[in-house]
Ligand binder design. Structure first.
Ligand code: 13P
Ligand code: SF4
Length: 311
């Protein structure tokens, strides 16, 4: 990237010139959220990707988000600023092993969280996100046998709130599993009026302690509508940017991780994207997401079922 340019202005100029839309997940760096045309959770990003008229989608998020956009809009060029932006949860579900798991449970509906590769989606009946998971589970007949993957924490949580007994894949997100219940309890003593907001990818003891559990969009909405003035936020720290923007007078404390020496509240994959990489992606129209057409045809079906139920 040339040093003599105003990178933000150039990104906006290139975006307009090329008819591109910049979409960012809530976990992106603040400056990326601020330059994006659209900021949202996994469900909103998929919905927006399905309906945008732009020629190019720049998905500032992780690989599976770009893949979901490409599966929904195969004729568009979908760029992710850094293709190395993976996801530990998606990685915890390799396609061959998941296929054997599905084969071992004949007669089960295969429900998968959107944090998966296209190959896993192609093996699924319905995709869910943390925003619509409960509604989708509730929409299925009570006696339906269900496999849920890959997140064991979200799966356990869904079983507990919906009275189901879904068979769970044993995967997890390394960011959400690192928050320390003990340290949050200590923090609550210092901030007795603070409410604990937690993403359902967190472990069960934390979810039991939380005042509110929800997707990034749901946590944001709750923080806006709540009468409370202080919140301990147990999810990736990027969401705090929007919370603080929406409620400048409220205080948001990132939940402490077990290891205080690491930047564990950050998802290092999400944080791989930068304004420089975003600029290069727009300028060189690279790196692009590609999905094998046979896999795409199978993968789009469970995503469309999700979008239909979530309308
Ligand atoms: P949501 O934004 O859909 O709640 O997802 C969180 C997440 O971990 C995305 O990677
Ligand atoms: Fe994946 Fe966890 Fe990062 Fe979300 S926060 S992208 S689930 S590794």
């Amino acid at each position: 990237v040339p040093t003599n340019i105003d990178i933000k202005k150039e990104i906006i100029r290139l975006k307009e010139e090329k008819d591109a839309i910049i979409m960012a997940h809530f976990y992106q760096k603040n400056e990326i959220q601020d330059i994006a045309d659209f900021v949202g959770d996994s469900l909103a990003l998929a919905q927006e990707a399905a309906k945008t008229d732009a020629k190019i989608i720049v998905l500032a998020g992780v690989h599976f988000m770009g893949e979901t956009a490409k599966i929904l809009s195969p004729d568009k060029l979908v760029l992710v600023p850094d293709l190395n932006a993976g996801c530990s949860l998606a990685d915890s579900c390799p396609p061959d092993a998941f296929k054997s798991f599905v084969d071992k449970h004949p007669g089960h509906t295969v429900l998968t969280y959107v944090n998966t590769t296209a190959k896993i989606k192609a093996l699924s009946d319905i995709v869910v996100t943390s925003t619509n998971a409960k509604n989708i589970v509730d929409s299925l007949p009570k006696d339906e046998k269900i496999i849920f993957g890959p997140d064991r924490n979200l799966g356990n949580y869904l079983n507990s709130i919906s009275g189901r007994d879904m068979v769970l894949w044993d995967g997890a997100c390394h960011v959400h599993e690192k928050f320390s219940v003990e340290k949050i309890v200590e923090l609550k003593k210092e901030h007795p009026n603070a409410l604990v907001l937690a993403h359902p990818e967190c472990k069960k003891p934390l979810l039991l302690l939380a005042d509110y559990v929800g997707s990034t969009a749901a946590l944001l909405k709750y923080s806006i509508n709540s009468e409370a003035n202080e919140f301990i936020v147990a999810t990736e720290s990027g969401i705090i940017h929007q919370m603080q923007k929406e409620s400048p007078d409220k205080a948001f404390i990132p939940a402490p991780p077990n290891d205080s020496t690491c930047a564990c509240n950050d998802c290092e994959y999400m944080k791989l994207n930068s304004l420089e990489k975003l600029y290069n992606a727009l300028k060189y129209e690279w790196p692009a997401i590609d999905v094998d057409e046979e896999i795409r045809i199978e993968a789009v079906k469970p995503i469309n079922r999700m979008l239909d139920i979530s309308k």
